[in-house]
Design a protein around this ligand. Sequence first.
Ligand code: TEU
Length: 535
Amino acid sequence: MTFKNKVIYQIYPKSFLDTTGSGVGDICGIIKKLDYLAELGIDMIWLNPIYPSPQRDNGYDISDYVAINPDFGTMADFEALIAQGKKRGIEVMLDMVLNHVSIEHDWFQKAISGDTYYQDFFILRDEPTDWLSKFGGNAWAPFGDTGKYYLHLFDVTQADLNWRNVAVRNEMFKVVNFWRDKGVAGFRFDVINLIGKEAILQNNPVNEGKAEYTDKPLTHDYLQMLNAASFGKDEEAITVGEMSSTTIENCILYSRPDRNELSMTFNFHHLKVDYVDGQKWTKMPFDFAELKQLFHTWGEKMSEGNGWNALFWNNHDQPRAINRFIDHKNFRIKGAMMLAASIHLSRGTPYVYMGEEIGMIDPDFTSMQEYVDVESRNAYQMLMASGKSPEEAFAIIQTKSRDNSRTPMQWDDSVNAGFSTGRPWLMTGNHAEINVAHEKNGEIFTFYQKLIALRKSEKLISEGTYKAAYQESDCIYGFIREFSGQKMLVVNNFSNQVSQFELLPEFVNGEILINTYSKFMANELQPYQSVAFIV
Ligand code: TEU
C-alpha cells in the first residue's frame, strides 16, 4: 500500500473558506486553495462531513448519506473538487459516519412512524441499559410513544445503527461505493469501533458502559465485509478508522495488512494526558512522562505487530496542541516545529489539521456565548450542576472545547481573517499575526514543507521501524528509526528550557538530517529543539 509515504491534510469545511458571504465555508473555497495545499506538498485532503444534516453535531448527524449539504455547495462543485484535486496530485478522503444517523434521516422517520423494517435499522430496547452518552446524560431516549427506547451513544439526535442487520450493512456498503464511484480515494470511518454491538446489551456502570460496546469482536467481521464489498479492491485506497477508547491489540488487528480491514487507525490516548483521572472536562498541565510512554508503547507495539498508526496532534475535536503542550506565549514557532517533527519523523501516516502549518492557536473567547459546540454546551451545564461556579466551568470549557480548533482558517489579517465577507458561523481567533499571508514563507510553513518532502524521499522515515530512546529523560522525547541498515535518531525537547543530554554514541558521527534551530550545540537542546541524526 502506498499510504506509508503520504501526508493527509484535514479540512473542517465549515471553517476553511467561504466564497458566498454566507459565513460558512464551502467546497468552492477548498477548490480556491488547492494550489496552497499543493505548495505545502500534501497528498490527500480529509473533509469532515459535507452531507445534508440538521447540523446539531456539525454534520456528524447525517440526514442523507449520498448528497451534498447545500450550505457547502452542489454535487457539481464536489465533482469539480475531485477533478481539480487530481490535477494537482491531491486526492479526497471523505468522512463516513456509519455508526449512527440523524433522527431526521428517512430511515428513522419511517421507523418511528411504525415501519418495522426500518425499526430494525436501530437499536431499540424495552429496558435501556445504564450506559451514558459520550455527550453527557443517558444513552437512551424514548422511541416515540412505542414504550421502547433507542440507543444514542452521542447526541440524542444521533441514533445508533444496528449493524447486526444485514440490510443496514448493505446500505452502508452502498454509501461507500457511491462516493468511490465519484472518485473519492480515501475514507475516514467515524467511531467505527463502536459498530460491533452484541445482541444482548449488558449494564455496566464502570466507565459509562464503554466496555459493553467498544472494540467488540464483530467489529472486525463487519470491517472485513466492508473492505471486501468496497475499497478492498483499490490498491490506492487509504482508509482510517477513528477508534474511540480503543486498545493497541485491536488497532494492530484493525490495521495489519493481512487482515483486510483498514489501512490505519486513529487513537486518542496521547491527547488525554491533560485529563484528571481520564475525565476530559478538567484542567491540569499535561503529563509528559505519560505522553512519552504512550508514544513509545504505541510506536513499538504497532511496529512489532505490523499495525499502522495515524499520527496527529490536532483535529476538529481537540483544542490546538500548541496551547496544550507548548509555552506558546514565548515559543509558539519553535514549539510548533518541534510538535511537527515529533510525529512527521515517526512511524505512521501524519495528518496536518488546517492551520497547524502556520501555528494557529486557540481563540481567546471570553464568554460562553462564543462557544457553539453541543458537547461543550452540555459540559458547561454538567460542570455547574456538579457544583462548579460559572467562572470555574467556563475556564474548563476555554481549555477543552472542540470549538477551539473549529474557528475559521486565518488567511490574512483582514476582517474575519479573510475567511468570509459575511458574519462567520464561529468567531475568528487571533489572526492579526497568525495568518497564511504572514506565515506562508515563515519558519513553520517551510518546516512542514520539508518534513512532508522528506517522507517521500526517505524510506527510513516512511518504512523504518520504531524504537524508544531516552526513556529516562524528563523532557526529551526520543526515538530511533531503522531501515535497511540506515538509522535515524530523533530527539525532541518538550521543555521551554535548555536541556542537557548525551548524544547516543552510535550517532556521534552522524549527519544532521533536520534541525529546528540553525545550530546544534553538543550535549544540549535549546527550548523546544528537535534534531534528527542519521548514520
Ligand atoms: O468523535 C468521536 C468522539 O468520541 C469525540 O466525541 C471525541 O472523543 C470527543 O469529542 C473528545 O472529547 C467523532 C467525531 O470526530 C466527532 O466530531 C463527533 O461529534 C462524534 O464522533 C459523533 O459522530
